[in-house]
Design a protein around this ligand. Structure first.
Ligand SMILES: [Fe+2]
Length: 493
């Protein structure tokens, strides 16, 4: 087999194995209040990519879990055994080409009319109606067994989900238990069609609406308020011609505006209003709310192209972009279709991975959490080596109303992945709980799950893995009441 290149998985190599670890090694204390599971999705190449310049979000889907109960932790890691994975394992080689371009696939698997079949399912673990799904925005969600992580298969929710695609970032209304989700390129490659649905707390679709985006572009995340849905997008472009020419799915066009669809919850296609703003890279959001006629959203955004793997269509050279957390205001009482912007933390560049206490999604809130790189805290290359990717050494608690930032530093040989919030049982105060994030310990060549007390931003414990886990994309905490988890104690797995 062809060897993996040094840069195949973010400069640190692919993981490529499944694992079970019972009673993981622990430093410090595991809070007894952590009773549930921290689930993560990874992109991990099974075989080296067909094209060396393919996207870092193109690898196969892999899911891992840290199951917490009574102060002990079990770890499990499994491939997502979707059609793509099984086809390639059977053929014993890489069959699929560029990110979201089936025209570059091996003829034995190419299906340009049904591009969702080639999804890698590598982006976000999603809990919907008490079930666990592996999601990626180019295909249908795949249901997973929350205990074994076995792949149960793709789901179109009993035939009610009529888009070829499903977002990796649906949002749950903490007051009603409803889930709002959308799919873009819903009618196939480069289509402008969007499906937006509401699910009740049991996972049944109760409302749907279809409409078209201003132009076909990446629409990765969304926000909800108590009365509106916000769908951001723009900057990245695609077309049938581009795909038929064998190019990677997206190119960057800095001449196009960012766009933001504002839709009343439960509304119809005629109610959709598109706002626009300056060219922006917008991937993830923090939170949003409706205040009178105004819809207000916070999100990290860049001024220029974020994606080195998606080149400028005019041939401009790529320069790494900085994420700054911005507040966007959409005035529904005005006929002006432009939004206003405010940079909230102008001196701190973050990653795109803002998270909040999910019990406050759609509501007034105070804190966004995000891992980022503090350049004033030096990396110890004598022990950590020379990683080619960015070193994200801090978790920040960003106070969105007064500009304060509280920081936890991971250490001078550690690089963090996205943080997730786990609430303290019995508490309803925003931010009362723990922050969970996996860090690569580059000196020891292993991964460590750190547990930080969110109110004090002090570490309380960490779970040590005896290997370096593959590159995480997103993670989620699920309390034992959210999924049908089997107990750890009193049974042999
Ligand atoms: Fe994402």
């Amino acid at each position: 087999m062809v060897r993996f290149g040094a840069d195949t998985a973010g400069g640190l190599g692919a993981q490529r194995f499944e694992a079970d670890i019972y009673d993981c090694e622990v430093e410090g204390e595991i809070p007894l209040g952590l009773n549930g599971v921290f689930i993560r999705m990874h992109g991990d190449w099974l075989y080296p990519p067909k094209y060396a310049d393919d996207s870092f979000i193109a690898p196969e889907g892999y899911v891992s879990s840290f199951r917490f109960e009574g102060g002990v932790v079990d770890y499990k890691g499994r491939w997502v055994r979707n059609e793509r994975f099984r086809s390639q394992l059977a053929a014993r080689r890489q069959l699929y080409g560029y990110y979201r371009n089936p025209y570059t696939d091996d003829p034995t698997v190419a299906d340009v009319a049904n591009p969702h079949r080639r999804t890698t399912s590598n982006t976000t673990p999603v809990i919907l109606g008490g079930r666990l799904y592996a999601t990626k925005e180019d295909g249908l969600p795949h249901e997973l067994d929350p205990n074994t992580l076995e792949t149960l298969g793709p789901s179109n929710f009993g035939g009610r989900w009529t888009s070829q695609t499903f977002t990796a970032h649906p949002k749950v209304d903490p007051l009603t238990g409803e889930t709002i989700a959308f799919g873009y390129e819903a009618a196939g490659l480069a289509s402008r069609e969007i499906l937006l649905c509401t699910f009740d707390s049991s996972g049944t679709i109760t409302h749907e609406v279809r409409f078209e985006a201003p132009y076909a572009s990446m629409m990765h995340d969304m926000c909800i308020t108590q009365s509106h849905v916000i769908l951001p997008g723009g900057g990245l472009v695609t077309s049938p011609e581009r795909l038929q020419a064998g190019q990677i799915h997206w190119g960057w066009d800095p001449t196009l505006p960012a766009f933001y669809g504002i839709i009343p919850r439960g509304g119809e296609a005629k109610d959709v209003r598109w706002f626009k703003g300056p060219s922006r890279g917008i991937i993830h959001t923090a939170n949003a709310r409706t205040e009178g006629d105004k819809v207000i959203m916070e999100a990290p955004m860049t001024d220029t192209n974020y994606w080195g793997c998606f080149p400028d269509i005019h041939g401009e050279a790529f320069h790494p972009a900085r994420h700054l957390i911005r507040r966007l205001t959409f005035d529904l009482g005005s006929k002006d279709d432009r939004c206003s912007e405010e940079v909230l933390f102008p001196n701190v560049a973050t990653t795109s991975f803002t998270r909040v206490d999910d019990r406050f999604t759609s509501l007034e809130y105070r804190h966004a959490y995000c891992h980022y790189s503090d350049p004033n805290r030096a990396f110890d290359g004598s022990r950590g080596g020379r990683p080619t990717g960015p070193i994200n050494n801090c978790i920040g608690k960003f106070h969105v109303h007064d500009g304060a930032i509280e920081t936890w530093f991971a250490g001078d040989t550690h690089s963090l992945m996205e943080v997730s919030f786990a609430p303290r049982p019995g508490s309803s105060e925003e931010g009362d709980g723990w922050l969970l994030a996996v860090a690569d310990n580059l000196a020891e060549r292993r991964s460590e799950l750190v547990i930080v007390d969110a109110p004090t931003m002090e570490e309380v414990g960490r779970v040590i893995l005896p290997f370096r886990s593959g590159k995480q994309i997103h993670g989620v905490w699920a309390g034992a009441h959210q999924l049908a988890l089997t107990p750890l104690h009193g049974r042999i797995p």
